[in-house]
Write a protein that binds this ligand. Structure first.
Ligand SMILES: N[C@@H](CCC[C@H](N)C(=O)O)C(=O)O
Length: 258
């Protein structure tokens, strides 16, 4: 039987998007999810997202990494599902949806999506890095020569060597000349560098503020796939009202047998 899917991307972090309000797509078929995300034998994506009904909010987001496993929050995927829900006519410009880490408010204006992230009150300081949870776990490390940095090799080494089986996403960052920061991320569950990671961008913005690299509370972050901004309130070690903002776009609609 042919099934309809959509492809979305948020600053180059790409997702297969499926309207699963009828509940037909199983949450436990990791082989199928990995197949659909495969760039040679499937549709190709960093992850797969199901849009489902939710009793308390406008809709529910269920996120799977490209390896087929359901995972924690995806910031770019969250921005993309906002665009998808808007496209389907489920919501107007302002909405609230449920994800694995709790409810998220969001606003869409044209291609631009602003997504409220969960508050962050704990940032762990390591010898040469910070670690925090912005919905997903993130290691943030400043490096020199980010452009030529071996993100895949170093990311994999830290992801397995320091964070064990459960792992972490690994972000490398350096300041740029426009008062912002450049980021490159190794993503857990994709097990490779992706062009952008929304929860990683959020973690980097908070980390740069925490380290005193900037005193701004609106921070521009440049990923390989495009630009994002993060704004927040800071009070006594806690970050609240965190918004991740950037473009989210539909790439194509397709049909496939599965
Ligand atoms: N692409 C993401 C993060 C997705 C989750 C991550 N791979 C994990 O399993 O922790 C984003 O945009 O936040």
């Amino acid at each position: 039987m042919k099934n309809t899917f959509y492809k979305y991307q948020g600053t180059g972090n790409d997702f297969v998007m499926i309207d699963n309000r009828n509940g037909d797509f199983s949450h436990t078929d990791s082989t199928l999810v990995a197949h659909l995300c495969d760039r040679r034998f499937g549709i190709g994506a960093d992850g797969l997202i199901l849009l489902e009904n939710d009793d308390d909010t406008d809709f529910r987001m269920v996120y799977f990494n490209a390896d087929g496993n359901e995972s924690t929050m995806c910031g770019n995927g969250g921005r993309c599902i906002v665009a998808f829900a808007h496209f389907l006519g489920i919501v107007d410009d302002e909405m609230e949806f449920m994800a694995i880490d709790g409810p998220h408010k969001a606003l869409i204006q044209g291609d631009m999506v602003s997504l409220k992230m969960q508050d962050v009150s704990e940032i762990k300081e390591k010898s040469n890095a910070l670690f925090m949870n912005t919905g997903s776990p993130h290691h943030v490390q400043m490096v020199e020569g980010l452009k030529l940095y071996d993100v895949k090799k170093e990311g994999a080494r830290l992801r397995y060597g320091v964070y064990g089986e459960k792992g972490s996403n690994i972000n490398f960052v350096e300041a740029n000349t426009t008062n912002g920061f450049n980021i490159r991320t190794y993503e857990r569950g994709v097990e490779d560098e992706t062009l952008s990671c929304g929860t990683g961008v959020t973690a980097v913005a908070l980390a740069m503020h925490h380290l005193g690299k900037t005193s701004a509370n609106q921070i521009a972050i440049s990923a390989l796939g495009g630009n994002l901004s993060v704004d927040f309130k800071y009070n006594n070690g806690s970050y609240t009202d965190i918004y991740l903002k950037g473009a989210a776009k539909q790439v194509f609609k397709g049909e496939m047998e599965w």
